[in-house]
Design a protein around this ligand. Structure first.
Ligand code: ADP
Ligand code: MG
Length: 299
C-alpha cells in the first residue's frame, strides 16, 4: 500500500514509529507536511499538490493534525476524502474532537460519564455559574489550552470567582469543572484502535501538582483498566467517529469520567511505558480498513 502520514513534525517519535511500522510490513510510506499541501477545489477533479507534484495515488493517509493547525489540517484531510483516499481518522471526527464544547455535548448526549462541567463566555452571574457545577473546589480551564497550560485548580469559591473573572477579562471561552479530587492527580490514557483499547497508561502528577501532563512533570506507568473504563473509552472514540484515539479518563467516585478525546494521540509515552508495538497495531488496523472499504467508483 502507499501511505502518507500528515504531520508537521517528520522527525518526532510518533511519525518515525509509524513509518517504521509501515515499512516493516512492506508498505510504502512518506511523511507529508500538512501546511505545505495546496489544493484545487473543483467539482470533478479535486487534487492536492505537494512540492510541485500531485499527491494522487495514495491508498490512505494517517492525519496527525496538531491543535494549532486544526482549521487548515482538517481542510487537507477533507480534500483527500473528496479524492476518495482512505483516511485513518476522518476530517469530521478530528473537528469534533478538537472542539471541547461540541465533543462534551456529544458524549453527554450518549450517556458517557463526564465531570460536571459548565461552559461560559461572558456570564453576568459568576457565583451562579459556580453553583451550577456544584461549587468549589473546581477546575477552571481555558478552552484553547493544551499541555495543562490554562488549567487552574480553585480550592475555594472566592478563588474560583477571581480566576473566572480574570479569564473573562481575556474575552475567551472557559470551562468550569467539578474537581475530581479522588483521582489523586492521576488520569488514565486509553489508546483506542478500532473497537479496542490496545494499551493504557496511568499518568501521575508530580508531587504537589494536580495536572498529570507529562509536560508538567507527570510520570507514566502501565495500568490495568477495568471493563467499565475499557467500554467507556471505546464508546467515546466511537461517538467522535475516531478510528484511533487517546481517551483520557479520570477515576471518580461516580465511575470513570472522560476528560478529553484526542485524535492524534502520541505514541512515545504509551509505547515506552507498555513496551507494546502500538504503531504496528495502528498500521495493521488501517490496512484492514482499506481492504474492507468498497472501492470508490468515479463517474
Ligand atoms: P490539557 O488539554 O491542557 O491537557 P486537561 O483538561 O487535560 O488540559 O487537564 C490537564 C490535567 O489536569 C489532566 O490531565 C488532569 O490530570 C488534571 N485535571 C483536569 N481536569 C480535572 C478535573 N476536573 N479534576 C481533576 N483533575 C483534573
Ligand atoms: Mg490533557
Amino acid at each position: 500500500m502507499k501511505l502518507a502520514v500528515l504531520s508537521r513534525e517528520p522527525s518526532n517519535y510518533s511519525s518515525q514509529r509509524l513509518v517504521e511500522a509501515a515499512e516493516k510490513r512492506g508498505h510504502e510510506i512518506r511523511i507529508v507536511d500538512t501546511l505545505r499541501c495546496y489544493m484545487s477545489i473543483v467539482a470533478h477533479r479535486p487534487s492536492i499538490h505537494y512540492m510541485g507534484e500531485p499527491l494522487e495515488d495514495m491508498d490512505a493517509i494517517i492525519p496527525r493534525i496538531g491543535s494549532s493547525i486544526t482549521f487548515y489540517g482538517t481542510a487537507v484531510v477533507r480534500q483527500f476524502e473528496m479524492m476518495g483516499t482512505h483516511t485513518l481518522n476522518s476530517s469530521l471526527s478530528i473537528s469534533r474532537s478538537r472542539d471541547k464544547l461540541r465533543s462534551m455535548q456529544m458524549l453527554a448526549r450518549k450517556g458517557i460519564g463526564l465531570p460536571i462541567t459548565g461552559f461560559a463566555h461572558s456570564p453576568d452571574e459568576v457565583p451562579d455559574l459556580i453553583q451550577m457545577v456544584g461549587g468549589a473546589p473546581l477546575v477552571v480551564k481555558l478552552l484553547e489550552g493544551t499541555q495543562g497550560i490554562g488549567v487552574v485548580l480553585c480550592e475555594t469559591r472566592q478563588a474560583a470567582e477571581s480566576v473566572i473573572e480574570a479569564f473573562l477579562g481575556l474575552d475567551t471561552n472557559i470551562l468550569v469543572q467539578e474537581y475530581i479530587k479522588e483521582a489523586g492527580g492521576a488520569d488514565i490514557r486509553c489508546f483506542v484502535v478500532g473497537d479496542k483499547v490496545v494499551a493504557a497508561i496511568k499518568r501521575q502528577a508530580a508531587p504537589g501538582e494536580f495536572r498529570s501532563n507529562l509536560h508538567r512533570g507527570g510520570s507514566a506507568a502501565v495500568v490495568k483498566i477495568t471493563p467499565e473504563e475499557r467500554k467507556t473509552a471505546v464508546r467515546a472514540a466511537k461517538i467522535m467517529g475516531l478510528q484511533v484515539a487517546g481517551v483520557d479518563i479520570l477515576r471518580s467516585n461516580h465511575g470513570p469520567v472522560v476528560m478529553e478525546v484526542n485524535s492524534s494521540p502520541g505514541l512515545e509515552g504509551i509505547e515506552m511505558a507498555t513496551g507494546k508495538d502500538v504503531a504496528g497495531m495502528v498500521i495493521e488496523h488501517l490496512i484492514k480498513e482499506i481492504g474492507e472499504k468498497p472501492k470508490r467508483v468515479e463517474g
